[in-house]
Design a protein around this ligand. Structure first.
Ligand code: PLP
Length: 378
């Protein structure tokens, strides 16, 4: 198998798995318990919190463990609305469904939402953002790196603007963390969402960074876990795995960038009509979202799947439905063209040999599709 879908999820690292196993076996105590077995679980979580804080560049006490990026984002947005008592949100038109579907839900409940547009390179319209902030704006919530195209938003500049205007700022950092150097405490950011399964940790674990100056109202109300910021018995094994994965992240993403760039150079050579979405913008080092005009993404992905290559059309969340990607539509790509978009997202275990194999499969698959031949089955 050649796995090129790291923005959807990453494999669990050996180190993360090894760190988790004792907490699934003998160290099963409830971290709230006062006896020794409880303390072991509590210490495991304390270490994980330090490890995650180390990756995020913040103090451990500013890390609230959650079940993942979706919960963190829901918590940040709902908290800001409740804290401020204001009834307006600013998001972008290219957010992940965690933000987008929540914004739509809140809109139906009477909250005003402004969707800031992007240009054809996927870059945010900062003038529109400025104009969108109103006296009743509770929060600006934007992604750092787009999961489909990898395009980066200038979060430092946006954060400074939010501070100037006295508005809270939440960053969906799910795709940025582990792929970019991140130092949250040094940035004008109030809340940031993070997910373990995008950084070689387990699924169903994540964190919300809460800046020391920003208030927070819990989404999950229950026991006093997470210093009263998130009720519910903690998923200790997963959080320990998250910590171990965080400790293993390397700031050096140069090798992955080389693979991605080599792939794109070969793609453009083999298919001169290929279009790479967001190529003119600052992008994540691992992401390539492209289309080959006249080649349906679904058919191409089926061919690639037959050859053992895992990739996705647009984002994982829209796979299975025929809807073209809202991100590409927001960038002005025509609906018919958007259905040709394929995303390759590389990871640290990919090799140059795999890039060569993938290029060979692409050439063969596209030739078969253009000749109207049925997919090769393996
Ligand atoms: N935000 C972005 C940008 C994502 O890519 C994802 C996952 O695909 C999420 C949020 C949701 O994270 P999780 O799967 O941990 O809920």
């Amino acid at each position: 198998m050649i796995y090129l879908d790291h923005n959807a999820t990453t494999p669990l690292s050996e180190q993360a798995l090894d760190a988790m196993l004792p907490y699934l076996r003998e160290s099963f105590g409830n971290p709230s318990a006062i006896y020794a077995a409880g303390r072991v679980a509590q210490e495991g979580m304390a270490q994980a919190r330090e490890q995650v804080a180390g990756l995020l560049g913040c103090a451990a006490r500013h890390v609230v463990f959650t079940s993942g990026g979706t919960e963190s984002t829901n918590a940040a947005i709902r908290s800001a609305l409740e804290l401020s008592g204001k009834r307006h949100l600013v998001v972008s038109s290219v957010e992940h469904s965690a933000t987008r579907n929540l914004a739509e839900t809140l809109e139906r409940q009477g909250i005003g939402v402004t969707y800031v547009q992007v240009d054809s390179d996927g870059q945010l319209d900062l003038d529109q953002l400025q104009r969108s902030i109103r006296a009743d704006t509770a929060l600006v919530s934007l992604m750092w790196a787009n999961n489909e195209t990898g395009v980066l938003f200038p979060v430092e500049e946006i954060g400074a603007l939010c501070r100037e205007r006295g508005v809270l700022f939440h960053v969906d950092a799910v795709q940025a963390v582990g792929k970019l150097p991140v130092a949250l405490e040094a940035l004008p950011i109030d809340y940031a969402s993070v997910s373990a399964h995008k950084i070689y940790g387990p699924k169903g674990a994540g964190a919300l960074y809460v800046n020391r100056r920003s208030g927070f109202v819990p989404l999950l109300v229950g026991g006093g876990q997470e210093s009263g910021r998130r009720g519910g018995t903690e998923n200790v094994p997963a959080l320990v795995g998250f910590g171990a994965a965080a400790a293993q992240v390397s700031a050096d993403t140069g090798r992955v960038r080389e693979l991605r760039d080599e792939f794109e150079a070969e793609l453009e050579q083999a298919f001169p009509d290929a279009v790479i979405h967001g190529v003119n913008s600052a992008r994540l080092s691992n992401t390539s979202n492209f289309r080959l005009p006249g080649v349906e993404a679904e058919s191409l992905l089926l061919q690639l799947d037959n050859a053992g290559i895992c990739a996705s059309a647009g984002s994982a969340c829209t796979t299975g439905s025929l809807e073209p990607s809202h991100v590409l539509l927001a960038m002005g790509v025509k609906r018919a063209d958007a259905t040709s978009a394929v995303r390759f997202s590389f990871g640290r275990e990919n090799t140059r040999g795999e890039v060569q194999q993938v290029m060979e499969e692409l050439r063969q698959s596209v030739a078969r599709l253009k000749d109207g031949l049925p997919p090769l089955t393996s």
